[in-house]
Ligand binder design. Structure first.
Ligand SMILES: NC(=O)c1ccc[n+]([C@@H]2O[C@H](COP(=O)([O-])OP(=O)(O)OC[C@H]3O[C@@H](n4cnc5c(N)ncnc54)[C@H](O)[C@@H]3O)[C@@H](O)[C@H]2O)c1
Length: 271
């Protein structure tokens, strides 16, 4: 699987990214395209997936866009079938689609809990089943990369439901790595920290509002600054910090790595 001298490291590889229309997923899709892969960009907001695919094609890459709702088994299996119809196979799958929500623990609504688990946990479970079946059929291994969160490592304030759904992703990554290892398929997770994306910007506002209701007097950006001040490397993450690790996990250099969950958080947590 070593790249030939002069060729790009992911030349000839077919990559699927869910939630590829925005933030981290978009950064991973464009990064892996620059490394030579052909991209299938899937998102519940199809126009944003089309924008990402357009950006890749404008830069000289190869990409298609499609709609998916990862909470639906039918939609997820149709997504995988559509990628295979377009490109013939899937070598690397990045299960990144996710939703966030912040609430004081005693006020988390049952629907909020269900939504976190439907998208973040069940979405990754269904995606890995569809991708795993396809990669097993292909008979030449594969790489699955799940985007979890440091919130899945330590129960965060105001995100009990989100954190629990991300802990599920880390645990699922381990079980699936064991199940798919006999087929040469590796399964790993990335735990981003505080990443400057639309999701984090919404989080900043939601936590500010909760804490202001609890008697504080925070302004927009204060929560982000408070988090930043706790990060040893001194800045919040850019999406491309996460894409760099996704590249390693997508490349042949990680062939002996499976069942792991890597924190990319500037040192905010270290276990
Ligand atoms: N931003 C952060 O600080 C941060 C930190 C840790 C983990 N994460 C995780 O990284 C991933 C990407 O987050 P982001 O910050 O780029 O957020 P984002 O909101 O910018 O992007 C998430 C994407 O997922 C898509 N999506 C949502 N529900 C979907 C569904 N049912 N089916 C298909 N697509 C769906 C959205 O349309 C969007 O394009 C998520 O799993 C998130 O939990 C983000």
């Amino acid at each position: 699987m070593t790249a030939e001298r002069g060729s790009l490291p992911l030349q000839g590889k077919i990559v699927l990214v869910t939630g590829g229309g925005s933030g981290i997923g978009r950064s991973i899709a464009t990064r892996l395209a620059r490394d030579g892969a052909a991209l299938a960009v899937a998102d519940v907001v199809e126009p944003s997936a089309r924008e990402c695919a357009g950006e890749i094609e404008a830069a000289g890459g190869r990409a298609i866009a499609m709609h998916v709702d990862v909470t639906s088994k039918e939609s997820v299996f149709a997504m995988v079938a559509a990628v295979v119809e377009a490109f013939g196979r899937i070598d690397i799958a990045v299960n990144n689609a996710g939703v966030g929500h912040n609430s004081a623990f005693l006020e988390i609504a049952e629907e909020d809990w269900d939504r976190m688990f439907a998208v973040n946990a069940k979405g990754v479970f269904l995606s890995m089943q569809a991708e795993g079946l396809q990669m097993k059929d292909q008979g030449s291994g594969g790489k699955i990369i799940n985007i979890a969160s440091i919130a899945g490592r330590h129960g965060p304030a105001y995100q009990a439901h989100y954190g629990a759904s991300k802990a599920a992703v880390i645990n699922l990554t381990q079980s699936t790595a064991k199940a798919l290892a006999p087929y040469g398929i590796t399964v790993n997770a990335i735990n981003p920290g505080i990443v400057d994306t639309p999701m984090w910007r919404r989080t900043d506002g939601e936590i500010r509002d909760i804490r202001n209701r609890e008697g504080e007097n925070l302004e927009s950006g204060d929560v982000t600054e408070e988090m930043r001040s706790q990060i040893p490397l001194g800045r919040i993450s850019r999406p491309d910090d996460v894409a760099s690790l996704a590249f390693y996990l997508a490349s042949a250099d990680s062939d002996y790595v499976t069942g792991q969950a890597f924190n990319v958080c500037g040192g905010l947590i270290m276990d």
